[in-house]
Design a protein around this ligand. Structure first.
Ligand SMILES: Nc1nc2c(ncn2[C@@H]2O[C@H](COP(=O)(O)OP(=O)(O)OP(=O)(O)O)[C@@H](O)[C@H]2O)c(=O)[nH]1
Length: 203
């Protein structure tokens, strides 16, 4: 990989047990850990180097603990994040309520952070569609409202996991390029208050 380096801080948020750690494990190590569930304590950090066009992008991923016990710490970890992957479990409606809580927080306190909604464990729906507890179209409407992107993933099968992280990196690179372009030209667009406005309008 060559070209200019870009570092992006990404934070994983969502209720405990929704599968944040599993998503990171699948993306970074291409594996799905079986065995007893181990909740994350505090947060874990992992970096993954990848490429977007001729750019080398390092995603610095903070995997936060979902337990409400660690809620205040979650705040520490999303500070300065350029992207948040807000996870909910497709088979657990309460986890979507919790996702909305994080979205509200981010929108109030971390304006420059692009939000990606991620419905997890889609393989369980492949096994039995009746297990779905969060309607795709409802979430899509919600995502449109908050200008977020929506993915449904499975860390077990790998479905849409690479696509999700690739999109995070691509979006960040295109926004960074747009910022450089407008700064070079001395353009002062109102949209720059929300750097992802441009990006959202072009996808
Ligand atoms: N079938 C299936 N199970 C999953 C998937 N992702 C996670 N799980 C299971 O869900 C449980 C919780 O997964 P974790 O990745 O530890 O969840 P977490 O959100 O990191 O949990 P906290 O650390 O407590 O916040 C584990 O038993 C996983 O094996 C998936 O895509 N499919």
């Amino acid at each position: 990989m060559s070209g200019p380096r870009v570092d992006v801080k990404v934070v994983m948020l969502g209720k405990e047990y929704v599968g944040k750690t599993s998503l990171v494990e699948r993306y970074v190590h291409d594996r799905f850990l079986v065995g007893p569930y181990q909740n994350t304590i505090g947060a874990a950090f992992v970096a993954k180097v990848m490429s977007v066009g001729d750019r080398t992008v390092t995603l610095g991923i903070w995997d936060t603990a979902g337990s409400e016990r660690y809620e205040a710490m979650g705040r520490m970890y999303y500070r300065g994040a350029k992207a948040a992957i807000v996870c909910y479990d497709l088979t657990d409606s309460s986890s979507f309520e919790r996702a909305k809580f994080w979205v509200k927080e981010l929108r109030n306190l971390e304006e420059g952070c692009q939000i990606y909604l991620c419905g997890t464990k889609s393989d369980l729906l492949e096994e039995d569609r009746r297990r779905r507890r969060v309607d795709f179209h409802d979430v899509q409407d919600y995502a449109d409202n908050i200008k977020a992107q929506l993915f449904e993933t499975s860390s077990k099968t790998g479905q849409s996991v690479d696509e999700l992280f690739q999109k995070v990196a691509e979006d960040y690179v295109s926004v960074a390029a747009f910022q450089v372009m407008t700064e070079d030209k001395g353009v002062d667009l109102g949209q720059k208050a929300n750097p992802y406005f441009y990006n959202c309008c072009h996808h």
